[in-house]
Each structure stands twice: as C-alpha cells, then as structure tokens.
Design a protein around this ligand. Sequence first.
Ligand SMILES: [Mg+2]
Length: 457
Amino acid sequence: MKKQPQSDWSRRALLKGLGLGGLSLAGILGLPIEEQVACATQGVSRASQPSQLRITDLRVAVITGAPMRVPLIRIDTNQGICGYGEVRDGASKRYALMLKSRLLGENPCDVERIFKAIRQFGYHGRQGGGVSGVEMALWDLAGKAYGVPVYRMLGGKYRDRVRLYADTPSVRDKDRFAEKLKERMKMGFSFLKMDLGINLIRNVPGALSRPPVADGERYRTTMHPFTRIQLTDKGIAMLAEYVAQVRKEVGNEIPLAADHFGQVDVNSCIRLGKALEPYQMAWLEDMVPWQYTEMLKEITSAINVPTLTGEDIYCLSGFKELIDQRAVDMIQPDLATAGGILETKRIGDYAQERGVPMAMHFAGSPISFLANVHCAAATENVVALEHHGVDVPWWEDLVTGVEKPLNQKGLVRVPETPGLGVELNLEVVKQHLARGEECFGPTDEWNSRDSNDRLWS
Ligand SMILES: [Mg+2]
C-alpha cells in the first residue's frame, strides 16, 4: 500500500476529529468564512450563537411568602433563551427595572463588563438587590448560550454538594425551641442556626436595662450604640439558658450559630459572648452593625467565640476593611446584595487569602439559591449556605428541570445542566404573586435611558 504523506494524514485526522471526515480540507476552505467557523466548531456544545446574543427585555414577577417577598426577574434575548435572577428579598423590583435601559442591546455573555457598568446603581442592604439580581440572570444566560453550568464558567468546582445550614426563628418556650432545632437535625441538617436575642426576654422584669422610650424614638431604626440597651446579669443568664437547652437536645458536636441579638451595646455583647463560651457556638452573627469595624474587632478580640458579619455589605470593597483588620472571624455575604455570583466569589477568594472562612447568607427563592450553589461550588473557603425556606412547603415547586429535592438531608447537589440549571414553574409563581403584581408583564416604560452614567469628568 502506498504510504500517505504525513501532512495528508494530519489533515484527515483533523477532519475526522471534527466529525467532518466526509469533507476534504479544500472543500471546507472553499466555504464562506461563517460556514468554515461553523464547521470547525461543530463538535462544540452550544445552545445558541453566543457572539450574536443580545438582550431584548427585562421583566419581573414579585412573589410573596417564600418565606419573604422576592422580585424574580427574567431577561429575554433575540435567540429565544432567557435568564433568571432575583432581587434580594424585601427589596424593590425597581432596583432591577431601572437597569433595563442599560442592558437592552448588550451581549449578556459579557457579564463582568456589564456588571462594572451597572455597579454604580447598587449600594449596601437591599439597594444591592437590583445589580446582583441582574448579574445572576446574565450568568444564567451565558451558561445557557454556551451549554455549560455557571460554576464551570467561574473556574470549576471544589465540591459536588454544598452544605446547607437551617435558620431557626426564636420560640419563647425553651423546650419547644430546642425541639425545633432537633427537628432540623432529624431532617438531615448538619449545621444549625438559632435566633437568640433580647426579644426573648424583653418582657421579663430585670433582664434588660434601658432608658424609657421617649416620644418619637424608634427602636427598630436605632443602631446599637444609640439605644443604650444593656443586658443585665439576669438577662445574660436567661439567654445562655436557651443555648444550654438547645445543646442538651442536639448535643455539642453539631455546629450551632446564633443571630439577632438585638440592639445592645458592645459591653453587653462581650459579656454575653463570654457567657456562651461553654456552648461551642459556630459563630455569633451581627452583634453590632457591620459599619463599626473597631467595635466588631473589640468584641472579636474579647471573646473566644467566632464572630461574623456581612449580609448587608455591597461588593468586595465593602468587605476589605473588615477582613484586613480581622475585625470578625468569618464573613457572610448575601449574594443578592453583595453584587452577584462573581463578586461573591471574589469576596470569598480575598477572604481566603487572609485566612477568613465564608458562610453564605440567603433568604430568597430557589433562583437565588441556585446562584448561591454555583458560587459556593466554585469558591474554596465556603463553609455552608443558609436555607431559609425549610418551612415553606411549595418552595422547591417554584422551579423545574433540576434533581429534586434540592435539599437532600442538608446538602444540595451542584447542577450539571446549563446556566443556573433550573426553569421557573410559572403555575406556582402565579399562585404566589404578591398583591397587584403581574407575572412577567410588559415593562416598556423602563426602556429609555435619560441619564449620563459617567462617574468622572
Ligand atoms: Mg443575620
């Protein structure tokens, strides 16, 4: 048999590898350039033509009882694929709608560039919800366009399943509260959190020291240093007794965090923290507002229990001082405030380099939940992701196209399907629409942009 020249073998091998064995190279080179590219990339898994993808619409559906009120968003494109995102629980849908005019005509696969353009319209707390929700939807679209799960586009995964921790609201009766945490354990959760604060003892004579509330004073909106509320020894003993009861029920081994202490002063925080030392708490959350770096550092240095904050902080820039000063032992961004999936990964990576672990705060629907799961899969220092919908029976019914249950005994499997890996179940969305809200109705009044966005002159 006549030996083939080496170059011809290579060409045939290339064509065979591309699944184009029936076409000669000369035949391919004779095609228009678009078809040559299409031939050459025939083996690449694609759900659309990513370079031609453009945003055509942004619509919302606000649901309630999930357990919070959450605006779901849908970004439509010129290629029939849509991306889902979610504005932070308790935030206004308008935070996302005002971004619509900045998104129309953009290629959603340029996630970071678009994020940098709209970042200026977010802020701490709920105001971060619009930018973060749009960012989730962009990743969903990019993943669907290229046919890969979001975590893959972030650099791949560190884990196949993400650990969940269950939030548990306060119950005044100590035994019942402890039973409720035990029930979480029976559901398979291997990480717990209890809400433990002055609400539990506010009507007990002698538990709190505080000045009488003056006319016009509003406790809810007064930050900790300014309420002058202090825990008495009796109050501290009572709160410690709640934790003792829970530990008796769930044992000492399972990680147990605590949150919602109330607006008490730094000295009360330190005294309470010391009283809780025997109970091996996983962390004490938001003892004072995150803005007070020095106060958090003072508490962290004084007690032998990990401290944590972060659920209301927007973007990595907001976390840097806390992390650099080691003002808390752990951080906990809420991805729907922090700037979305990639920014939360950046926060995690920054913290990891400085030895700080990251938990993830979450209280939304399965859309934002899956955004968290992809981020948690791709970020090495993640400890656990909060699950706030454990007591809502229809919570998982909001989405389809993913392995159910999402919560598999306190763990969630990272989806391998494109984008976030879920579609919305519109029937269930419609059943839980907030009063006066439409299910992804037209939003044309938000189409035109009437402002110069440049931040410099
Ligand atoms: Mg919290």
